[in-house]
Design a protein around this ligand. Structure first.
Ligand SMILES: [Zn+2]
Length: 136
């Protein structure tokens, strides 16, 4: 059996490219304007980097919290989108930064996908341990 799926085209999206997102930044106290990706949440004015090449884009943090002995949550690791603004095209590719507060990794999308698969497997193993611990 063949099912026909009608083409769905959003004319506005395919014809009109998104306008660049221009935001202010300070470099050594001098205000400039830079193009920021939509996901960038960094305050480039507050950062006031010394050199233009020090400006990096950063996205929202995703935190991995671990319960401590008295129930308080401790930050075990975090991840966020990041992007250099200078350097080669390869260096300026968006990456997923994963940092456990001791070391960080700057993963390209394919590498981050593999890492995420490992986290899913890790979570599945924890759920299996939970079942054993509950005697199920
Ligand atoms: Zn930015």
């Amino acid at each position: 059996m063949t099912v026909a799926i009608p083409a769905q085209i959003a004319p506005e999206a395919s014809v009109t490219p998104a306008a660049p997102r221009i935001r202010p930044a300070l470099v050594n106290g001098l205000q400039i304007f830079i193009e920021c990706p939509e996901w960038c949440t960094d305050d480039h004015v507050a950062e006031n980097e010394r050199h233009l090449e020090d400006i990096c884009h950063g996205g929202r943090m995703a935190d991995l919290m671990l319960p401590g002995p008295s129930g308080e949550l401790d930050l075990m690791a975090f991840a966020r989108l990041s992007q250099e603004t200078c350097g080669s095209e390869e260096q300026r590719r968006p990456r997923v930064t994963v940092d456990d507060r001791a070391a960080g990794a700057y993963l390209l999308p394919d590498e981050a996908d593999v890492f995420a698969d490992g986290l899913v497997s890790f979570a599945e193993q924890i759920r299996a341990m939970v079942q054993v611990a509950r005697g199920q």
